[in-house]
Design a protein around this ligand. Structure first.
Ligand code: TXA
Ligand code: MG
Length: 316
């Protein structure tokens, strides 16, 4: 099931099938963006509501015109700077893109991934690929081929192996309203880098749920998770439950170690971003009672990580 053979992947896709698809952010569940059958299969596999639109992936800028119209200047600036890369742009869709992909919206989400195998596969196809993250609705995104195979062992015939995802967090989603640049999802490109390119941005509040990736509960492990600025205080409050304590940098100075797995990202934000989801997958397999995460510094990728762990901490 797990293979590095892009020809086999191509064959499945040309027959309206779905594959596990490596990118630099997270793995996707990919299918032909022009095939209604493939699109419907993806929604079904993920158990994802049809009102939650899909991202379209292409291999180069010259293929963007086929699926979009009227790309604003600021979108061009961002594309020039960050593509191929973990940037998704919300652009006016062309009539080639069905309402099923965009959940009836006028905009389509587009990105050029920066991953050699993803690009090689996309270049070999004469259609774009839709690919949401390859996890069941609301659970942790996969950052290895094995994560995908574990989630969909009975449903997928092929997962294309591109190794561990270098970035480890989803793309940053950016839309355009009049002259404003609007962030719909924090992601692998820090907010500061987007603003250095196009000036001050606005945040989409998610109130209208235009981008359900901003839904409050999301990215969740099965184990309850809490986020705190003060680990010692939480430890005093909680009894001897089996737990993991995950810190950005210094581990807390506590005596009692029983029932506790300690983990530190050694103060390295890039490392923390690339490792976060695989750590959540591992900890979720340990049958712990609770995961205690120290809040990250609220800068750069720390903002994206705080966003994800806070959503993961929402009660089910
Ligand atoms: O890094 C990524 O973006 C990965 C890799 C596989 O490319 N894909 C990914 O897809 O994270 P997904 O479907 O898990 O998240 C895409 C988010 C969803 O929350 C969806 O609601 C939002 O993008 N989205 C898609 N089209 C949209 C649109 N037209 N307007 C607003 N939000 C949109
Ligand atoms: Mg997702």
């Amino acid at each position: 099931m797990i293979t590095t053979n892009t020809d086999k992947a191509k064959q499945v896709l040309e027959n309206d099938g779905i594959i596990g698809f490596p990118t630099e952010t997270v793995y996707g569940l990919a299918g032909n963006a022009l095939s209604e059958k493939a699109i419907r299969s993806i929604f079904q596999l993920k158990n994802r509501p049809l009102d939650n639109p899909l991202i379209v992936h292409v291999s180069s800028l010259d293929k963007i015109d086929f699926i979009t119209e009227n790309m604003p200047n600021k979108a061009h600036q961002l594309a020039d700077k960050f593509w191929p890369g973990p940037l998704t742009l919300l652009l006016k869709k062309s009539d080639k893109i069905s309402d099923l992909v965009t959940a009836g919206q006028e905009t389509v989400a587009v990105r050029i991934p920066n991953h050699p195998i993803a690009l090689k596969l996309l270049e070999s196809l004469d259609f774009p690929l839709v690919a949401p993250s390859a996890n069941p609705y609301q659970s942790i995104s996969p950052t290895s081929a094995k994560h995908v195979a574990d989630y969909f062992e009975n449903e997928l015939t092929l997962v294309l192996d591109g190794g561990f995802c270098e970035k480890g967090l989803e793309s940053t989603i950016v839309g355009f309203e009049d002259d404003d640049v609007v962030i719909y999802r924090l992601g692998s490109i820090p907010l500061e880098d987007i603003e250095a390119c196009v000036g001050k941005v606005k945040m989409n509040t998610g109130r209208d749920l235009k981008s359900p990736g901003m839904a409050k509960k999301h990215y969740s492990p099965k184990t309850p998770l809490i986020v705190t600025k003060n680990i010692e205080e939480v430890l005093q409050r909680l009894d001897n439950r089996k737990r993991s304590i995950v810190c950005f940098d210094q581990l807390p100075n506590v005596q009692e170690m029983e029932n506790t797995i300690f983990y530190s990202f050694h103060g390295d934000l890039d490392f923390a971003a690339s490792r976060l989801y695989s750590l959540l997958h591992e900890l979720d397999d340990q049958n712990l009672d609770i995961l205690i995460f120290e809040e990250f510094p609220n800068i750069g990728l720390g903002k994206t990580i705080n966003d994800r762990i806070k959503r993961a901490s929402e009660l089910k």
